[in-house]
Design a protein around this ligand. Structure first.
Ligand code: 13P
Length: 252
């Protein structure tokens, strides 16, 4: 039997107490009986508000980033232990917005993945090429380099991570990668994980980048696309629920 697909919403820096409440209630009500894993990665201050999700088995709580340090004098940072205390099950690491705007290098991303794994949280490790890198024919080289750093640091438990292939040119642009483009990269990543662990079939490799209700189904039926990391469309309950529905159909 194939593993369950994973659909994770990345709210990015959006939300309010009132909006979160309405969104989460609508998603939980609409996804009753869904046979896939669903999570929402929320801004850190809202983890406290969303503690209700710890007791609702259907929708899991996720975070968007974590400190690369265990604890101490790192003003503004949130540790993996703190995330764990708030019931976080998934944590995005190495999102391209952090690599781009906060200068996160591959080694930092690898350390973040190590720390969250050590606290029993699944890191969703993001990799992806820029448009210039794709046009220069460097897509494979770039994503393999990004994943190699995480494999190097986490080799022994690499099959416990999730990976998200997020082409930078597809994020927030409305320009979704074609199913063929995405599948090609996912197959590369799967082969790399297989060579490292022998258990690549256990790893959920998600696609992210303008995935929406219209594009989800054709992406999710690809053999190596095990779910989605959804930005904009995860902020609208109906859109997010349609993607969850597409994941169910793809698995059947
Ligand atoms: P969009 O779905 O808004 O393109 O964002 C994708 C993303 O960055 C998810 O992490």
């Amino acid at each position: 039997m194939s593993k369950k697909k994973l659909i994770a919403g990345n709210w990015k820096m959006n939300g309010s107490i009132a909006a979160n409440d309405a969104l989460v209630r609508a998603v939980i009500a609409g996804m009753a009986g869904a046979d896939c894993t669903v999570a929402v990665c929320v801004p850190a201050p809202y983890l406290a508000q969303l503690q209700i999700l710890r007791h609702c088995c259907a929708l899991l709580l996720g975070a968007q980033d974590v400190s690369q340090h265990e604890q101490g004098a790192y003003t503004g940072e949130v540790s993996a232990a703190m995330l764990k205390e708030f019931g976080v099950r998934f944590c995005i690491v190495g999102h391209s917005e952090r690599r781009q705007h906060h200068g996160e290098a591959d080694a930092v991303v690898a350390d973040k993945a190590r720390l969250v794994l050590a606290h029993g949280i699944t890191p969703i490790v993001c990799v992806g090429e820029t448009l210039a890198e794709r046009q220069a024919g460097r897509t494979g080289e770039v994503v393999k380099r990004q994943l190699a750093a995480v494999i190097h640091t986490n080799g022994h438990c690499i099959s416990e991570i999730a990976v998200a292939y997020e082409p930078v040119w597809a994020i927030g642009t409305g320009q979704t990668a074609t199913p063929e483009q995405a599948q090609q990269v996912h197959a590369l990543l799967r082969a790399q994980l297989q060579a490292a662990s022998g258990h690549a079939d256990r790893v959920n490799i998600l696609y992210g980048g303008s995935m929406n209700a219209a594009t989800a189904a054709s992406l999710l039926v690809q053999p190596d696309i095990d779910g989605g990391l959804i930005g904009g469309a995860s902020l609208k309950a109906q859109d997010f629920l349609q993607i969850i529905g597409a994941a169910q159909t793809a698995r059947a």
